[in-house]
Ligand binder design. Structure first.
Ligand code: TRP
Length: 331
């Protein structure tokens, strides 16, 4: 039997190119080797997104984005967290095995407290229980599907360690393997995707290129990328150019070599380098964008896909909860 991998995707905002290379693409590649499960963590998103229209459109955009990027709902299980009530039942159950002190040590919570303190505010200002217990819900997400591995970036490793801790406490108490103890598969970020200003592409830096924006927006953003002031005739170093780094993600090996030679020879200005970049980015994104637009326009079709995923997921989740309830004496 194949091992199980599980990836959670928080639905906040829209997807950008950094999400694609840093998270979506490597996670989709796992489906060859693993029995893969992907879900939209919409209740996690609720902690920070209180505007219903924003949350709803983000859920749909993120779901459509994964499908457009190649997720095959026939081959994997793809669902919304909020469609699996068993996850919340398990969350309550594992709360009884989660030390409050463990939550006090969570990086995201600690950072929020520290920010408040630095601003001279009450340490708990703006922190809701959803944020405080975020790692418990995440542990339930993982444990409920008997996940073997959870591919995550370094920022999420602590959360996986907490899930291990919680599952082990349950197993130790009942002296039996009731819950599978998951393992983190750290995705050494395949490539740091440079953003428009040269820093790492990130929503919070406001330097991101949307993955499914219209073609003219894509072109405008690329043409506006920050460069140094080297003149057209000057030779340029491709290895230190953000434009070239981005180009490498989209171009073939031959194209990369050819363009690197033009950089080094001089005579090519930044405008032209950006046009070359736009050409290869648009070449790859156009079919994805078209798929995305088709999927997002078909509301019912998308709902059907997610509902079918939930139907596959629920019996697995129910079995875990049942096993646990039985062991706990709540049958
Ligand atoms: N915390 C993850 C993030 O912000 C999202 C997430 C929620 C998740 N539940 C998960 C990831 C379970 C992996 C497994 O990216």
């Amino acid at each position: 039997m194949k091992k199980i991998s599980l990836t959670g995707i928080k639905s906040t905002g829209s997807l950008h190119i950094g999400n694609y290379f840093g998270a979506i693409k490597p996670a989709l590649e796992l489906s060859a080797e693993y029995d893969a499960r992907y879900f939209i963590a919409d209740y996690h998103a609720l902690n920070t997104e209180k505007n219903p229209a924003e949350l709803e459109s983000s859920i749909r955009e993120v779901a459509a984005g994964w499908l457009a990027a190649g997720l095959d709902p026939e081959k994997v299980i793809f669902y919304r967290q909020s469609s699996i009530p068993e996850v919340f039942e398990l969350t309550t159950m594992i709360m009884a095995f989660t030390a409050k002190g463990l939550m006090n040590r969570a990086h995201a919570y600690k950072a929020a407290v520290q920010e408040n303190q630095e601003r001279g505010e009450d340490p708990d200002a703006g922190i809701n229980m959803g944020l405080f217990t975020y790692p418990v819900l995440m542990a339930a997400d993982i444990i409920i599907f008997d996940s073997d591995v959870v591919p995550v970036g370094k920022d999420q490793v602590q959360h996986i360690e907490m899930a291990q801790d919680i599952a082990q406490s349950v197993n130790a108490n009942y002296k039996k393997e009731i819950l599978k103890v998951p393992r983190a598969a750290i995705t050494e970020s395949v490539a740091v995707v440079p953003g428009l200003d040269g820093r790492k592409m990130s929503k919070s830096y406001n330097n991101a290129i949307p993955l499914f924006g219209p073609e003219n927006q894509l072109q405008k953003l690329i043409m506006r990328m920050v460069t140094n002031s080297q003149a057209v005739e000057e030779p340029k170093d491709p290895d230190t150019s953000q434009i070239f780094l981005l180009y490498k993600l989209f171009a073939s090996g031959e194209e990369q070599e050819a363009l690197a030679a033009r950089y080094r020879a001089g005579g090519m200005g930044w405008g032209e380098a950006k046009e070359e970049l736009f050409r290869v980015v648009n070449r790859q994104l156009t079919p994805m964008r078209e798929r995305f637009n088709t999927i997002i326009a078909d509301r019912e079709g998308l709902d059907r896909i997610l509902a079918a995923g939930a139907e596959k997921a629920r019996p697995i989740a129910a079995a875990t909860v049942k096993r646990f309830r039985k062991a706990a004496g709540i049958d």
